[in-house]
Ligand binder design. Structure first.
Ligand SMILES: C[S@@+](CC[C@H](N)C(=O)[O-])C[C@H]1O[C@@H](n2cnc3c(N)ncnc32)[C@H](O)[C@@H]1O
Length: 480
């Protein structure tokens, strides 16, 4: 297939056409109606095809660019010959069909990718460019909102992370091993009015080998498989070594104070604690690190997920591939696979801290808006001495509620829980001293005198601040 390249003027006119016709997230949802729009979000096209049978101008754009079906040249009110000439459309009799998928994105921009494969489609091309999905959106929500000068998007694919970075980075470098990804991402940026992205081809950090950034983001090819058949999601590295390597090399490319934020998969190996595995990756960096496991699957669930993702369910090779993949996991004693987030902060400290944890609850979005507070809590709890703590005026974080559980009529509760209604929405069982502090820490009084007063009431001298450390690390208290 020919490379797809379009002059910027053509992209500007196409974008103007999208705007005037209402080819936007809200416009598409409204035109399709709730049922078809919800089905489309599940990647089911039939209701949307039915809803766009009457081919008005917006329906023509939806059918052409999103649903990928031919539209008669009469209905497609577009600069057809130019779009055919640059490879975005192909002629099919007296109709045209799009060679790529173009979808409006939540930033107000557009993303150009290959269309998602469906059962019965021809085999996926090796240079397939994956469209933005749930993982892309998750990473975008995780990224710090702090404005930066230089940002790197490693493995840019259709260029989605750049659409988000463009709001807060002065200069952006985007890399990918796949030349076609760089071609399609340039179309995404052109349609989204984003200029001057420095797009470079090459693996891992090779294209930026001697450069440093304030922010590195990556939704990498994290899928762990025996053979790396699909470069859009599999690196060809052994096991989870690609994600490990990505983290290991990050500090060499971070400016002082810079952040690395990525999605990752990691192996759960028999006889090994996964937290030690991922914690080890972070400890090697010499930076502060935070890893969160959001989900874990057993090997069979994992293989099914990714065979389904490539529309291989029901294909003649399905059973063999499933069996081969499971046998490969068995040979390496893999008992599960974790999915999650990794953040590295090049804080310059001589005493780095690593926190690895599981969070399965729904968290407040975007995480990037309060990421600095999360990291500040983790590092403060690690670095402050008991004397430092006693001298601090702590404040209960916004949205923390207290729950008291016990038999009806009992004088004292059997359990007191502090529950965050904001941020990471954690819950912690606490003792009476911590609960009392939660009631009085308003940012004015220092912890030392407060602990003294609580000690007088409960008849205990010299209450130590140590137990508060875990609550500070988890964001229940902030410093005023
Ligand atoms: C899962 S896609 C992510 C695309 C996009 N950044 C997103 O957030 O949706 C992973 C991308 O990494 C690219 N890739 C694969 N192997 C790579 C490598 N060794 N170095 C850099 N990029 C790689 C793939 O071509 C693909 O575009």
């Amino acid at each position: 297939m020919l490379p797809v390249k379009a002059p910027s003027d053509l992209l500007r006119r196409l974008r103007a056409r999208f705007d005037e016709t209402g080819y936007t997230i809200d416009g598409v949802r409204e035109r399709l109606g709730d049922v078809a729009a919800a089905a489309l979000a599940r990647e089911e096209l039939v209701p949307a095809l039915r809803a766009t049978k009457d081919v008005d101008p917006l329906a023509a754009l939806i059918r052409l660019w999103w649903l990928g079906v031919p539209v008669s040249t009469a209905a497609a009110d577009l600069p057809l010959s130019e779009l055919v000439q640059c490879g975005l459309l192909v002629k099919v009799g007296d109709a045209v069909q799009a060679s790529v998928h173009v979808q409006p994105w939540e930033t107000g921009g557009y993303l150009v990718s290959d269309r998602k494969v469906r059962p019965g489609d021809p085999a996926i091309r090796r240079d397939h460019v994956v469209g933005a999905g749930g993982a892309s959106a998750n990473l975008a929500q995780l990224i710090t909102r702090r404005p930066v000068e230089r940002a790197l998007d490693l493995g840019t694919g259709c260029g989605v992370q750049v659409l988000h970075l463009a709001e807060r980075a002065d200069r952006i470098v985007a890399t990918d091993v796949n030349r076609r990804a760089l071609e399609l991402s340039q179309l995404s940026w052109g349609l989204s009015g984003i200029e001057d992205v420095d797009a470079r081809k090459g693996p891992m950090y090779d294209p930026v080998h001697d450069e440093r950034f304030d922010l590195i983001v990556s939704n990498p090819p994290f899928v762990i498989s025996p053979n790396g058949r699909f470069p859009y999601r599999e690196s060809g590295y052994q096991g989870d070594a690609f994600c490990h390597e990505l983290v290991r090399q990050a500090p060499a490319h971070l400016n002082p104070g810079g952040h690395f934020q990525a999605l990752a998969n990691w192996l759960h190996v028999k006889g090994e604690d996964w937290q030690d595995r991922v914690g080890g990756w972070l400890a090697e960096t010499g930076c502060d690190g935070w890893a969160v496991q959001r989900d874990a699957q057993d090997p069979a669930e994992y293989v099914e997920l990714w065979l389904r993702d490539a529309a291989e369910q029901g294909s003649p090779a399905y059973r063999d591939r499933y069996d081969e993949w499971l046998a490969w996991f068995d040979a390496q004693n893999v008992v599960g696979i974790g999915f999650g987030w990794i953040t590295v902060h090049n804080s310059g400290t001589l005493d780095p801290v690593v926190r690895v944890e599981e969070l399965s609850q729904q968290v407040e979005l975007p995480v990037g808006a309060y990421l600095d507070d999360v990291l500040a809590g983790i590092t403060a709890a690690h670095r402050l001495t008991d004397d430092d703590l006693l001298d601090l005026a702590l404040k209960l974080s916004e949205g923390v509620l207290e729950e008291r559980v016990g038999p009806p009529g009992a004088e004292d509760p059997t359990r007191i829980v502090l529950r965050q209604t904001r941020g990471l929405r954690r819950a912690a069982s606490v003792g009476t001293v911590e609960a009392a502090l939660a009631g009085v820490c308003d940012g004015d009084l220092r912890l030392g005198p407060l602990l003294g007063a609580i000690g007088d009431i409960i008849g205990e001298e010299n209450l130590a601040p140590g137990p508060l450390r875990a609550l500070i690390a988890e964001g229940y208290f902030q410093f005023s």
